[in-house]
Design a binder for this molecule. Structure first.
Ligand code: PEP
Ligand code: MN
Length: 359
């Protein structure tokens, strides 16, 4: 059992979802009360959702945030499952969570991004799952962009004899300001696909985007790239949600999103060219974020110069900066002329923004 490889993992099937159709998991970030859980479950079931998610143990980055209702949320989930016929999914982060969820009969467990980054926690969870090969386990990518850590987490679960195994791409934490809450770094799930060609890989556009308006475009991108389905956070009153309020959509909004999504038959996820293009896109995202940061520092310098009655352009500083960048560029195999042109353009814009502050 333990010697099975990720290469052998087959796709997950969802009861009631035709083969090849995207697998959709939807539900609130957290179960907050019995009424909120049931209301979401009923509305999501009405729009055709077959797998209902809700977190009851919530790992929050900061203490004092809403950390979930704990075990008392399990009967709410079970009631939602009984009333709607949907399969149930919840997050587990400790051995106690695994036991409680298994004892309650929850059929799908997911491991969150903060937990999959910790091999000790993953091994404990895997050991607690041993012997429960009826359960489905979804492993979210670790918070840090490390493919091996993700693979290791999946292998530990597989090693415990769990073969109903899938992955969820939810993006990666990164420093600085970015368009999305979590950087997609699409090449990492692409690489995962190469290691586990038959395994179900879902995309979680809610946690990648962090804002509800990004859910649909990210979901479409994910389907276009050959993800097998989506995990989407949905709450009947998103603005009142106790966790991840900005990224949740109502069941009605989710219905419209799902109706508009185009499912194309071709898959790009293992296409070499798509993989390379995605890496270019990732590089450009990084470039733009760095440029924006540089301009913000330039404006800070501009305010300092204004306060100290200094000129905007200091010729020696300009000369030294361009020369240093050309030397650094050369050591990275960038042609002198190219580095010069790029740095001049960047400098010119910094100067323009500083001059604006003077006027
Ligand atoms: C979640 O799905 O609610 C969650 C906490 O996700 P992640 O582990 O991706 O942050
Ligand atoms: Mn969430």
């Amino acid at each position: 059992m333990g010697s099975r490889s990720l290469q052998d993992i087959g796709p997950l099937t969802w009861p009631g979802v035709p083969l090849g159709a995207p697998l959709i998991v939807a539900g609130p970030c957290s179960a907050e009360s019995e009424q909120q859980t049931l209301e979401a479950a009923r509305q999501l079931s009405e729009i055709g959702i077959k797998v209902f998610r809700a977190g009851i143990w919530k790992p929050r980055t900061m203490p004092g945030g809403f950390e979930g209702v704990g075990d008392r949320g399990l009967p709410w989930l079970l009631r939602a499952g009984r009333e709607t016929g949907m399969s149930l999914a919840t997050e587990v982060a400790t051995v106690e969570h695994v036991h409680a969820a298994l004892d309650a009969g929850i059929s799908i467990l997911w491991v969150g991004a903060r937990t999959s980054a910790n091999p000790f926690a993953m091994q404990d969870i895997a050991d607690a799952l041993r012997g429960h090969d009826e359960v489905t386990v979804l492993v979210k990518n670790p918070v840090n962009p490390d493919l091996d850590l993700w693979l290791g987490a999946l292998q530990r679960i597989l090693g415990a004899g769990i073969h109903r195994l899938g992955a969820v791409h939810r993006g990666f934490s990164s420093a600085g300001e970015h368009l999305y809450r979590n950087d997609p770094q699409w090449h990492i799930p692409f690489e995962l696909r190469r290691h586990a060609p038959g395994m179900t890989i879902l995309c979680d556009p809610s946690h990648i985007g962090g804002k509800r308006e990004y859910v649909e475009p990210l979901a479409q991108q994910a389907l276009d790239m050959g993800f097998d389905g989506l995990m989407i956070e949905s709450h009947c009153h998103p603005d009142q949600a106790l966790s991840d309020s900005a990224q949740q959509v109502t069941p009605q909004q989710l219905k419209s999103i799902l109706e508009r999504l185009v499912v194309r038959s071709g898959t790009l996820l293992d296409d070499e060219l798509a993989l390379l293009r995605q890496q270019i896109d990732d590089c450009d995202h990084e470039l733009l974020a760095v440029l924006a940061r540089r301009m913000s520092v330039a404006r800070q310098i501009g305010r300092f110069k204004k306060a100290h009655n200094m000129r905007v352009v200091q010729p020696t500083r300009y000369h030294d900066m361009i020369k240093a960048r050309i030397d650094e560029g050369s050591s990275l195999d960038l042609p002198v002329e190219f580095t010069q042109r790029v740095m001049q353009a960047i400098h010119e814009e910094s100067v323009r923004q500083q001059i604006d502050l003077f006027s």
